[in-house]
Design a protein around this ligand. Sequence first.
Ligand SMILES: Cc1cc2nc3c(=O)[nH]c(=O)nc-3n(C[C@H](O)[C@H](O)[C@H](O)COP(=O)(O)OP(=O)(O)OC[C@H]3O[C@@H](n4cnc5c(N)ncnc54)[C@H](O)[C@@H]3O)c2cc1C
Length: 488
Amino acid sequence: MQNHTLTEAQLLSGWGRFPVVYSELVSPYSVAEAITWFSKTKTISCRGNGRGYGDCALNAQSIMSSLGLNYFHSFDASTGLLVAGAGVTLAQVLSIMVPRGFFLSVTPGTKYASLGGAVAADVHGKDHHLAGTFSNSVEYIELITATDGLVRCSRTERSDLFFATLGGMGLTGFIVTVALCLKPIPSAYVQQTTITCGCLREIMDCFLEHQDVTYSVSWIDCLQQSEKKRGRSLFMAGEFAADEVLPVMHRRIQHQGQVFYNEPHHLKVPFDFPSWVLNRYSVRAFNSVYFHKTLGRHCVKNVVPIDPFFYPLDAILDWNRIYGHNGFTQYQFVLPLESSLEGITAILKAIANSGKGSFLTVLKLFGAHNNHQREPLTIVSHSPTAQAEERSRGGYLSFPQQGFTLALDFAIEPSLFALLSTLDDMVRDYGGRIYLAKDSRMSAANFRAMYSRNGSDDCLDRFLQVKAHYDPHNLFSSLQAQRLGLMV
Ligand SMILES: Cc1cc2nc3c(=O)[nH]c(=O)nc-3n(C[C@H](O)[C@H](O)[C@H](O)COP(=O)(O)OP(=O)(O)OC[C@H]3O[C@@H](n4cnc5c(N)ncnc54)[C@H](O)[C@@H]3O)c2cc1C
């Protein structure tokens, strides 16, 4: 095992491969090594497994990777509490914990994010309407701060630092340990219902009608020019399947009481695709084929393994290479419930008129969690509902707000930026916001307009106060933080 910090100057990017920087990557293998390194450096970005799309984990000086901190500290099967290094990936958690009958309480659409990255972006999954964000399951974290060194924080201990670090994009300190609660599962399969919907209103109604189902998501054909068909989509809802509905070979009894988890082998994209491969015609063809996946039936029910249900894109390693060497950006925004139908219709129309296609377009419903508009709850209030609400509050900069969120992928090309700037203004004017984990180009003015109105308190200012306290000289920085004015 490696026991000394590795440093190597190299070209680095996020998952979208845009932008790219030449920087020094520092990889400590222990907390002590990381602390020593911080005492020698002026500015650094924190990095997990590089699944953030844009420039949130980049700068042109030094980037510290958490991947060397990939050890498990403890697991308590009676409470589901797992304590692990921030560099452990969700895939590593699943490999070990699914056979024992536990799953992540909230998981993003990739299992290759690290625990530290999941906390720093306060990621959401297909169950946000019921479960809130990743932070909901986090009990405490340990991080190295600029002023106080290694500290532990939670809802009751340095709670300001805790709420600033959840969704704080690595700007308050380097997370080294995460303690989170896993949830028990009956099997590693999901009972899935797939419904075809003809237009946006239909799909939104479908989400609202299925709000009591734990997981839901939809894939939209974004290139429909016809008004009537705009937003035609596949809606997928699911619950973990009971052991009894599985074929006998996959039941626990056949596996010494362990949950049967058949981890898939993945295909790999071996080289960058030429940029002409993805054009409006190929994207339209893909969308058509995907839409007809249910073979014309309105509703299909089946049982599927967890990997294709939760992580369909992980099936092809390095799939980001299909966008060519210029890279791509994922544009993800959320609009409030009341303006979602009108706003998303207008945005899809603007995209269809521009002729630019998104290969994959994903729509999800967010619930009322992460809503700082609610009256502040005192941590000492002990009613179960008050405590549940306090848990689901999320971080000061957590992305979700109640409403619909849409994510679209666009290959980078010069004319894209004007379109995205127009879309930013539309999102802002409809009362929405853009997700920092996917962003690489939003303006500081739009960011402030979108993120400072999260309720009666100005969450952005609260975040900046905590940053000023724990990091007055901006040891923790990123290209995104510089662009958006997230420095003090
Ligand atoms: C295919 C795919 C699907 C996705 N689906 C979803 C989804 O459904 N929902 C969702 O919310 N997100 C989703 N994401 C985004 C992804 O989950 C987040 O960007 C996550 O933060 C990536 O984790 P990472 O370890 O790769 O972090 P990185 O990309 O390396 O870093 C992301 C951010 O976290 C900070 N960070 C990372 N590690 C630390 C640390 N140890 N200490 C302090 N800060 C740190 C970085 O500074 C940066 O700001 C998806 C990404 C991909 C590629």
